[in-house]
Design a protein around this ligand. Structure first.
Ligand SMILES: NC(=O)c1ccc[n+]([C@@H]2O[C@H](COP(=O)([O-])OP(=O)(O)OC[C@H]3O[C@@H](n4cnc5c(N)ncnc54)[C@H](OP(=O)(O)O)[C@@H]3O)[C@@H](O)[C@H]2O)c1
Length: 164
């Protein structure tokens, strides 16, 4: 990854998230109004994704930041939610390195619907998709090194097939 691209990713996924969240939290803590804020992380926050190493790291930052900050709030009518999707069929997953994952991608409509559900029901962490939710629980029984290794193989295969 080029240094400029890395800076852009950090700016978007770390610096901006902290700044915008701080503004919202200050507002709701001061006014004690009712509300909720949801941030989009990823399942990559739970299981680091090879070939998307920096992206995964920023998504883990987002999850840890929100999960910790949640317990600093004094306003009990204000909630912080982390939305952690697996693959969704968007422009981001059009690339060739996602070729072997295409069958697993969730339609955008479902992702949006479950996102609204997570926010309005004030979930702490929410993974959309029943299979993703069960899978994430089951994967905790396996060594992380094994899971990350399997993901590396899948991505490597797709990259190889696309001539990278
Ligand atoms: N797709 C997946 O499989 C998946 C899985 C897990 C999590 N997510 C997360 O879901 C979120 C949405 O992703 P997506 O799949 O919808 O990706 P996408 O189709 O590539 O859309 C990304 C959106 O973010 C905007 N954006 C990018 N950089 C920005 C910046 N510096 N400032 C302001 N806006 C910026 C883009 O705006 P422009 O169009 O103007 O560039 C675009 O609207 C992301 O946080 C992603 O990490 C996606």
């Amino acid at each position: 990854m080029q240094p400029s691209e890395f800076q852009r990713l950090l700016q978007t996924n770390v610096t901006s998230i902290v700044r915008i969240t701080s503004q919202f939290v200050n507002h709701f803590e001061t006014t004690q109004k009712e509300g909720g804020l949801m941030v989009v992380s990823s399942m990559a926050a739970l299981f680091p994704v090879p070939y998307q190493a920096i992206y995964s790291g920023t998504k883990a930052f987002i999850m840890n930041f929100f999960n910790a900050l949640s317990f600093e709030l004094k306003n009990t009518k204000f909630s912080l939610t982390v939305y952690a999707p697996g693959g969704i069929a968007t422009e981001m997953t059009q690339g060739e390195k996602f070729n072997d994952l295409k069958d697993w991608l969730m339609p955008v409509e479902q992702a949006a619907k479950e996102g609204i559900y997570a926010l309005t029901t004030r979930k702490y962490n929410y993974i959309p998709g029943f299979i993703n939710r069960v899978g994430s629980k089951l994967m905790k029984f396996l060594p992380k090194k094994f899971i990350v290794g399997q993901m590396a193989k899948t991505y490597r295969k797709s990259l190889k097939q696309s001539g990278h």
